[in-house]
Design a protein around this ligand. Structure first.
Ligand code: UDP
Ligand code: MG
Length: 320
């Protein structure tokens, strides 16, 4: 299999036939075999029956995974990636805000030796105040802190060599950090401008609150990549420095008390350094807790972030 196009679907009934047709049209020039993996993320409209009939009409190329409930876009994407067999995986949205016509261009760029081609919605067609503005801020923050410089992390339309994205655990709003994960295993990343259209049917599932989730995930990603193995180093180090500094101050105060008879109890320095010492101990305790959490995190890697109700047009040895 050359290419797997993975699409998460949540209440997109009216978009699906158009999406299918647009993908088929766009991939006409591609001569190698491809598959379209549609992941129904517990839709409450008739998306699943529509997906089933698409799968029926094109059993060679359309595969459907139905999740047991709504797990969120990222989990749906993860399910699709887990079942993809293509050497290349393209991710996109079901609402045709992304343009499948961009895919052949992205595949060409991959052939030039890149591992990730990331779409950049240069003229984004979303509400400015609640979506585009906050996501511009988040993009700026992510590019400053992760070391992967992109303009548009949130654009779902991206093409990946499969080997750079398998093996990561995706949850929350993590799908936008896939390039950051890929970068951590040495992927070469290129960002290209892509088309972006307003949604035709159905409603956008997100508003302003999404950007906050993204920023929270950013902290998790950063924390895990830097301190996941040894959080005790960070907290323990800080705590030890605090205890050392306040210990020196206290020592100085007691020397003064003993040799020069200067009162200790009334000195604000005494109160402050006692408090700092307590903070130091607390920091070390926090380090121990973080250490436990980090271990739990590593142990929990094996657990799935989604569960599957049914799969259509997958053969047993078809997926990894
Ligand atoms: N989606 C999903 N599960 C959800 C919410 C959304 O699979 O819980 C899918 C949705 O069907 C679409 C994509 O994720 O294909 C992006 O959703 P949407 O278009 O609402 O987001 P936006 O374009 O506003 O970022
Ligand atoms: Mg959309």
């Amino acid at each position: 299999m050359y290419l797997s196009v993975v699409v998460p679907v949540y209440n997109e009934r009216d978009n699906l036939p158009l999406l299918y047709q647009a993908v088929v049209d766009a991939l006409k020039p591609i001569e190698k075999p491809w598959e379209l993996i549609l992941v129904d993320d517990g839709s409450r409209d008739d998306s699943l029956p529509v997906l089933e009939s698409l799968a029926d009409s094109d059993p060679q190329r359309v595969r459907v995974i139905a999740l047991r409930r709504n797990f969120g876009q990222t989990a749906a994407i993860a399910a699709g990636i887990d079942h993809a067999t293509g050497a290349v995986v393209v991710l996109m949205d079901a609402d045709l805000q992304n343009d499948p016509q961009d895919i052949p261009m992205m595949l060409e760029k991959l052939e030039q030796g890149y591992d990730v081609i990331s779409g950049w919605r240069k003229n984004r067609q979303d509400t400015f105040i609640t979506r585009t503005l906050p996501s511009n801020l988040a993009n700026w923050l992510i590019s400053k802190t992760t070391g992967v410089k992109l303009h548009d992390y949130g654009c779902t339309l991206k093409a990946y060599r499969r080997e750079v994205i398998t093996g990561f655990r995706l949850y929350g709003e993590m799908h936008r950090f896939i390039p950051v994960f890929a970068n951590s295993v040495g992927a070469r990343i290129l960002e290209v401008p892509v088309n972006h259209h307003p949604r035709k049917f159905g409603k956008a599932k997100y508003g302003l609150e999404r950007t906050f989730k993204v920023v929270l995930d950013l902290f998790t990603v950063q924390f895990l990549s830097r301190y996941a193995n040894k959080p005790i180093y960070l907290f323990g180090g800080t705590g030890s420095v605090l205890i050392l500094v306040s210990g020196l101050v206290l020592f100085y105060l007691f020397i003064r008390r003993i040799f020069f008879d200067v009162s200790v109890m009334n000195s604000p320095l005494f109160q402050i350094s006692t408090m700092v010492a307590i903070l130091g101990f607390q920091s070390i305790l926090m380090g121990l807790i973080a250490e436990l959490l980090a271990r739990t995190y590593h142990e929990s890697q094996g657990k799935p972030t989604y569960t599957v109700r049914k799969k259509i047009n997958f053969t047993e040895d078809d997926h990894s």
